[in-house]
Design a protein around this ligand. Structure first.
Ligand SMILES: Nc1ncnc2c1ncn2[C@@H]1O[C@H](COP(=O)(O)OP(=O)(O)OP(=O)(O)O)[C@@H](O)[C@H]1O
Length: 262
């Protein structure tokens, strides 16, 4: 997708937040949005996600399914976690059976199972953020836009963010993520978009190379060592399949098969 000479301000006659922005991102590419507080990162992300329309210019080739994770999930809604996610899945076009499967999958993966019957307004900030992440992923997005996704998440859930990003990229999607805590060091190969002086400049990824996903089959007894070794070499573990134990933040892993991207 591309922004072509896009301008944006919040009210007519108000100051421009973004001026003449022309920038794009392709399938399988990630970009990290950097900039000082108030520079316009959230504004840019909302523009890309289609939440805010440009005052001038246009956004072209935006994928049909966009996952949008706001910096703060609006939890002041009268739904339970499960009720909310199921309703979102249905609105996004999933059948009742697909919605049920997708919701159960994300409840499990994000450790939200114990909260499925809890009302959104009663959730802690971190748990609400997980619901914010889940709702964006119920249909595999062609474009995933995450505004400070690490804010408020516990360590295990923080580890999931790069995993999910890697999966979207491996499926040919694009990902845009803002970051002011340096967490995006976890996204090797991402481009850098810097927002300053109402415009956006791009730096190509320092790694230079495109990412490739490699699937490995490893005896269960060797998974912990293999994951540890691959991480130590700077590779990015996307997922460990074939075992109930989730991938820990650091340290050993039990499992029968691992996927790794390098
Ligand atoms: N809803 C709004 N109405 C009017 N002005 C807004 C609105 N949202 C943001 N702004 C203004 O637009 C500018 C850019 O804000 P934005 O939130 O995009 O910056 P940011 O880089 O994401 O900041 P932070 O890192 O603090 O989240 C700021 O001057 C802000 O005050």
């Amino acid at each position: 997708m591309r922004l072509e000479d896009v301008w944006l301000r919040y009210r007519r006659g108000g100051p421009w937040v973004l001026r003449s922005v022309t920038i794009g991102i392709g399938p399988g590419e990630a970009a990290v949005v950097l900039g000082r507080n108030g520079a316009g990162k959230s504004t840019l992300l909302q523009l890309v996600a289609g939440i805010l329309p440009p005052a001038r210019g246009r956004v072209v080739d935006r994928p049909a399914v966009v996952g949008w994770v706001p910096e703060r999930f609006p939890a002041d809604q009268p739904f339970t976690v499960q009720g909310y996610l199921t309703a979102v899945a249905r609105v996004r076009g999933l059948s009742p059976a697909q919605a049920d499967r997708a919701v159960r999958g994300w409840l499990d993966r994000l450790g939200l199972g114990p909260f499925q019957g809890v009302r959104l307004a009663q959730l802690s900030k971190g748990t609400a953020q997980k619901v914010g992440l889940a709702q964006a992923l119920l249909r595999p997005p062609g474009l995933l836009v995450l505004d400070e996704p690490w804010e408020g998440l516990d360590a295990a859930a923080r580890e999931l963010v790069p995993e999910v990003v890697g999966e979207v990229l491996a499926d040919g999607g694009s990902v845009l993520v803002s970051d002011h805590r340096g967490e995006t060091a976890r996204l090797p190969g991402a481009r850098e978009w810097t927002v300053a002086d109402q415009t956006v400049t791009e730096r190509a990824p320092t790694g230079g190379e495109a990412l490739v996903v490699v699937e490995l089959a490893i005896p269960a007894t060797q998974v912990a060592d293999a994951v540890h070794r691959l991480r130590a070499e700077g590779h990015h573990i996307l997922r460990v399949r074939g075992h109930d134990v989730p991938l820990p933040v650091t340290g050993p892993v039990s499992g029968a098969a691992a996927e790794a991207a390098s």
